[in-house]
Design a protein around this ligand. Structure first.
Ligand code: PLP
Length: 377
């Protein structure tokens, strides 16, 4: 059996090596390392794939979120509603811009922000909501957009873990996640569903004015070189990364299928076990399984993690400390939050290996070992 990785980038690269190497060498020969043709081509290709008007590439997913918030002209002290159960980047940029993070509960089944909890947390100072499509499952965008529109609040989708997912409206329409809110942000960190070989990110929107502004912000606040109209930053996707992404974007749907097949296997393997809850699949979206995350009940999670490690099976806790319990946010009064579901989940989740190259033998071995521990401890 091949060694099992949490994410097997090496095996995936072997499958596409010729194409990737050629694409990278084209950039090397062109020496257009910054904003070269590969970057232009990728922006266009991603906009076509997502069916969105504007894609603005940038340096990483965290910058994408920061640039989105800068473009909305939020003022210090304005409130931004986010889940606490997320990766730190979502909430960190709120604090960085001197905005007030307001952490709300997630749905215990979907792991995504709970629309009812959003509604309860809205105040006259609320200026933005940041739903996170956690682990590759979309938040309830239809309800979130209804709440946001009712109150005139912007929505920034954190689509870093769900690129390629389809959202299904009740009336049968479908739309790609990340293109539903006012602005969508994503990351091309190597382990993400669409990952490059370094750092990368993108912002998308259907709003012409916001697109123009975000483009400026990502480029030192200038439209015309050396004439800086607003305060911006330096956030670029480099051409070599774009070249890698140009090879991988056409394969994204197949990569998602491979992830979903692995998830189906795990689902079946654990279906009969009452200590394990497999990932809920909300009918309003296509889960793209950035992570395959179980909820354990009555199982010593550290024990399972160690047992699996001893069997050469990696597993991870995403994430061991929710935002409202991070020291970083103590000065923002986050300690007063009572987020029972978030705390409950934080103590019980565990993510198993999930990537595009898992084979039947590996999946069989992983699930057998998980059950071996859970059934005997
Ligand atoms: C990865 C990630 C980010 C940040 O992306 P980087 O490219 O690492 O800056 C933001 N939000 C979520 C939910 C992520 O998973």
């Amino acid at each position: 059996m091949r060694p099992i990785q949490m994410v097997d980038l090496k095996q995936q690269y072997q499958q596409i090596k010729a194409e990737v190497d050629t694409a990278i060498h084209e950039v090397l020969d062109s020496v257009a390392f910054i904003n070269g043709k590969a970057v232009q081509d990728f922006s266009q290709a991603l906009a076509n794939y997502l069916q969105v008007k504007h894609v603005i590439p940038c340096a990483n997913g965290t910058d994408a979120l920061q640039i989105a918030m800068m473009a909305l002209d939020l003022q210090p002290g304005d409130e931004v509603i986010t889940p606490s159960f997320t990766y730190i980047a979502t909430t960190e940029v709120v604090a960085l811009l001197r905005l007030q993070p307001v952490f709300v509960e997630v749905d215990a089944k979907t792991f995504c922000i709970d629309p009812a909890a959003i509604e309860k947390s809205i105040t006259p100072k609320t200026k933005a909501i940041v739903p996170v499509h956690l682990y590759g499952q979309a938040a309830n965008m239809e309800e979130i957009m209804a709440i946001a529109n009712k109150h005139g609040i912007a929505v920034i989708e954190d689509n870093a873990q769900a690129i390629g997912s389809d959202y299904y409206y009740k009336d049968g329409r479908t739309q790609k996640t990340g293109t539903i809110g006012t602005i969508g942000c994503t990351s091309f960190f190597p382990s993400k569903n669409l990952g490059c070989y370094g750092d990368g990110g993108a912002i998308c929107t259907n709003d012409d004015e916001l697109a123009a502004k975000m483009k400026m912000i990502a480029n030192h606040g200038q439209k015309i070189r050396y004439y800086h109209e607003i305060v911006g930053c330096n956030s670029r996707l480099d051409s070599i990364q774009a070249a890698v992404l140009n090879v991988k974007l056409p394969k994204l749907d197949a990569y998602i299928d491979a992830r979903r097949k692995a998830a189906d296997f795990y689902d079946q393997a654990f279906a009969a076990n009452n200590k394990i809850t497999t990932p809920y699949r909300d009918s309003n979206n296509k889960h793209v399984f950035h992570q395959y995350t179980l909820i354990l009940e009555g199982v010593n999670r550290d024990g399972l993690h160690q047992f699996l490690a001893d069997k050469q099976i990696p597993s991870m806790i995403y994430y061991p400390v929710p935002a409202h319990r991070q020291q970083m946010f103590a000065a923002f009064g986050s300690g007063e939050n009572k987020l029972k579901i978030t705390d409950w989940l934080t103590e019980r989740v565990i993510s198993l290996p999930m990537h595009t190259e898992l084979d039947q033998e590996q999946l069989n071995y992983i699930s057998t070992q998980v059950l071996e521990y859970v059934n005997n401890n």
